[in-house]
Each structure stands twice: as C-alpha cells, then as structure tokens.
Design a protein around this ligand. Structure first.
Ligand SMILES: *Cc1c(COP(=O)(O)O)cnc(C)c1O
Length: 231
C-alpha cells in the first residue's frame, strides 16, 4: 500500500523532530522544503495542504509551467537547482529564495535583474563541499571571499548557505561534510554578516537526520515525501 503525501510529510516531520531533540535542538527551528521536481501541481497542492514550509524547484521551465497552474499558492517557493545565467530573469522576483547561488557571475546577474524589478532577492550561497567537477557551487576555499563580495550587491541579500554533498554509498557518509559546512556557516555569519543569517540548507531524503544533527535549519526532501521519481 502506498502512503499519501500528507502521511509522508508527517513521518518526515517526526523523524526531523527526533533528530533535532537528539542533538539538543528545538524541532521548530528546522524547516521542511519539499523538493517537488517531476511532481505535478496536484502533488504540490497536497504538500501545501499538509503544511509543508516551502516547495523547491530545480528546473526553470517546469517551475514556470507549474506557476501558471498556480501549483504553489499558499507556500513560499524556492529555486534549488542549477541556475543558468540566461534563465535568471525567469526566476528573480518569482521565488522567495534562490538557494543555489553558486558563482559570482550568477550573483551579479541576480543583482542586475533584481535591480530592474526594484526588489531585493534573497539567496543562499551554494557550497560545493566535495569540490566535485560536476557540481556547481563555491569551492570551500572560495566561499568566504565570495560571501564578502556578495555584501556589495545592493539587490541581493544573502541569508545563509546551501550544500549538496557527494553521493555516498555508506550510511552517515555525509556527516563530516555537513559539519564542515556548518562550521563555515557559523564563521561567515559571525565574521561577515553580523549574525544575520537565517538558513543552513542541507540534507535530503537519505540523510536529513545527519544534516540536522550537524546544524541544518532547512532540509530539502523529495522522494521521502513524493515517492520515487520516474525519470
Ligand atoms: C531532488 C533534490 C532534493 C531532494 O532529493 P531526495 O533525495 O529526493 O530527497 C534536494 N535538493 C536538491 C537540490 C534536489 O535537486
């Protein structure tokens, strides 16, 4: 028997709360973002009705189509996927948070488009914590200088960090990556951002409990909520 999206969300919330309590943290301080890629408007609406904190999309075209269907009404929408500079225009001002700001060129373009719309776009800086060629995001060594430079953009507001660690074969394999990004978060927040950061986004279906143990304040969960994706 398959479970409903509402039941899945409740089960994920319970596991999140347990992980937070085990770490001595307040469960209310970890937000659940539903990664709704490849799931239709009905699934998004079901997640919103079940109280998801936000929905996150990966692909601009899919998001644009679902926006036209009003799939996200009632919840904040985040962009969490790889963002090409030539698609920034279709995202700025349409989402409350771009989690995947992973290069200065991209930040510059977000700033430019946000200025045109006379708004300030909230973003997270994406960290390529594993230093993988195939992934976007700032390599750890480039993050602090980028965060410093990002303060000079007047139409971009950096609210924290996001990371997608390397795919792991071993259980708990990502814990040390999560701890590393959590340390970068604390340092940059204190040294460059007057402790104004709000979101440390890390952890997915297979590892969100470890991410919470390491300090995540936002997890992005897809298959554990919506079921396995059919590619
Ligand atoms: C798909 C996706 C997720 C969720 O992945 P699951 O393993 O299905 O939970 C989280 N973050 C990003 C950026 C994604 O693309």
């Amino acid at each position: 028997m398959t479970t409903s999206i509402a039941e899945n969300i409740q089960a994920v919330r319970e596991r999140m709360a347990q992980a937070a309590r085990r770490a001595g943290r307040d469960p209310d301080q970890v937000l659940l973002v539903g990664a709704s890629k490849m799931n239709g408007a009905e699934a998004c609406r079901a997640a919103i009705a079940a109280g998801i904190d936000a929905l996150g999309e990966n692909r601009v075209q899919e998001m644009t189509g679902k926006l036209a269907e009003r799939a996200y009404d009632g919840a904040p929408l985040h962009f969490i996927g790889h963002l090409q500079r030539n698609k920034v225009r279709q995202v700025v001002g349409r989402v409350s948070l771009i989690q995947s700001a992973g290069s200065l060129a991209l930040l510059e373009e977000i700033d430019r488009q946000a200025e045109k719309l006379a708004l300030v776009q909230d973003v997270l800086l994406e960290v390529n914590v594993g230093g993988e060629e195939s992934k976007s995001g700032f390599p750890p060594g480039e993050l602090a200088p980028a965060a410093e430079k990002a303060r000079t953009f007047s139409h971009v507001r950096v609210l924290g960090l996001m990371t997608i660690p390397p795919i792991q074969q071993e259980i708990h394999g990502n814990f040390s990556y999560f701890e590393k990004v959590a340390r970068m978060y604390v340092d940059i927040n204190r040294n460059l951002y007057d402790n104004s950061f709000k979101f440390l986004s890390m952890g997915m279906s297979d590892d969100f409990e470890d991410a919470i143990a390491a300090g995540a304040t936002m997890v992005r969960v897809g298959s554990a909520i919506f079921g396995h994706r059919q590619y």
